[in-house]
Design a protein around this ligand. Structure first.
Ligand code: NAD
Length: 272
């Protein structure tokens, strides 16, 4: 008998799906049988992403829609549209985030950079959680399709929420710490409703977000020496972890700081 796909018939929203981890997760979700509502502030990128998913996985119904996660109305509209289109919501992947090139230390970070970073990375995750909870409470069991009540919410934090970064990016680090704390509390408050919340903590990944930030050989080298595996991670390696957290394979995993960092958090010295 063929194995059941891990996200068969599940309805999933991904924020920041136009690039990097979000885009790879859209492909992995579709490969596992999910229907995906892809959202991003970059409309052209997210429409292209939906086209790619639909052409790669004809059984998946992918839609692309513009959404700025720092605007509550945008997030609410996307969640409501998803429920209208697919009749339920099983997985919310709050992935969209920024690391601004002008982010710096306590003295030099401008207030506008601080506020922009918190608006997208923290408030955006809160809005995603809030509207996912409202929608997921309306899920009805569908035994024919193997779907139950509740849902899985995955919020993207970072390994820098656990380790201090000696190269300053204070607004970003603080925002990701907030995501960890918020996720833990939501996991406890909503556990008895069948809603699971976990925080994904990626290590340094070869995506535009990081590569645009590490725009000199010095900046790149300063980080590379800390990687026990001698390389940055790939977005698809995060996406595969997200599939696990989204699926019922992780049904007893709740409130975790899920590190996918090649062992970086456990490392003191990597080379002579
Ligand atoms: P990326 O830049 O490749 O993709 C991020 C996507 O988010 C882009 O498509 C962008 O248009 C979108 N976005 C930006 N602002 C938005 C907004 N206001 N509303 C909606 N969408 C918006 O980045 P990535 O590396 O794939 O990062 C995804 C997540 O992973 C982020 O939360 C990031 O902080 C986190 N992360 C990344 C790394 C890394 O090394 N790349 C490490 C740890 C955590």
């Amino acid at each position: 008998m063929a194995a059941r796909l891990r996200l068969a018939h599940k309805v999933c929203i991904i924020t920041g799906a136009g690039s990097g981890i979000g885009l790879e997760t859209a492909l992995q979700f579709a490969a596992e049988g999910a229907h995906v509502m892809l959202t991003d502030i970059n409309e052209a990128a997210v429409l292209k992403a939906a086209e790619l998913v639909n052409s790669s996985f004809p059984n998946c119904k992918a839609n692309g829609i513009k959404c700025d996660v720092s605007k509550e109305l945008d997030v609410k509209t996307v969640v409501e549209k998803t429920f209208e289109t697919y009749g339920r919501l099983d997985v919310m992947f709050n992935n969209a985030g920024i690391m601004h090139g002008d982010d710096d230390d306590a003295v030099n970070t401008e207030e506008r950079i601080w506020d922009l970073t918190q608006a997208i990375n923290v408030k955006g995750v809160w809005y995603g959680c809030k509207h996912a909870i409202i929608a997921m409470r309306k899920n009805k069991p569908n035994p024919e399709l193997g779907l139950g009540i509740g849902g899985s919410i995955i919020n993207v934090a970072s390994f820098v929420a656990i380790l201090g970064a000696a190269t300053p990016q204070l607004a970003y680090t603080a925002s990701k710490g907030a995501v960890l704390a918020m996720t833990r509390e939501l996991a406890m408050v909503h556990a008895r409703e069948g809603l699971r919340f976990n925080a994904l903590c990626p290590g340094p990944i070869r995506t535009p977000l990081l590569m645009d930030f590490l725009n000199t050989p010095e900046k790149l080298g300063r980080r590379m020496i800390h990687n026990p595996m001698g390389r940055f991670g790939e977005a698809v390696e995060q996406a595969k972890a997200v599939v696990f957290l989204a699926s019922d394979d992780s049904s007893y995993i709740n409130g975790t700081d899920f590190l996918v960092d090649g062992g970086l958090h456990a490392c003191y010295v990597t080379s002579e």
